[in-house]
Ligand binder design. Sequence first.
Ligand code: SF4
Length: 99
Amino acid sequence: MYAGQVVEEAPVRDIFATPRHPYTLGLLASIPGSAELTADHRLPTIGGAPPNPLARPEGCRFAPRCPLAVDACRTAEPELAEIAPGRRTRCIRWQEVAR
Ligand code: SF4
């Protein structure tokens, strides 16, 4: 869930092994014990903050914080699209996430 929306759905093993949304990637990268610490020995974080519910951005709600955002992300809200049986993501660049 991000900013009131489901952004990714998949079986638990798939979520942890092969996330397909940048927010999921960010969350998994910050799990204590499994995360690579930053140069100053801190857990990685997702930059920025969730949007104000009364002033959400146009397009993808995660775009202001997303390292993969492109112009198309800011013009239309992504659908929660099925990318494989039992897997859905709300990211137009999920194939880049996979890489
Ligand atoms: S749609 Fe764009 S901004 Fe939103 S999560 Fe995917 S890459 Fe990032």
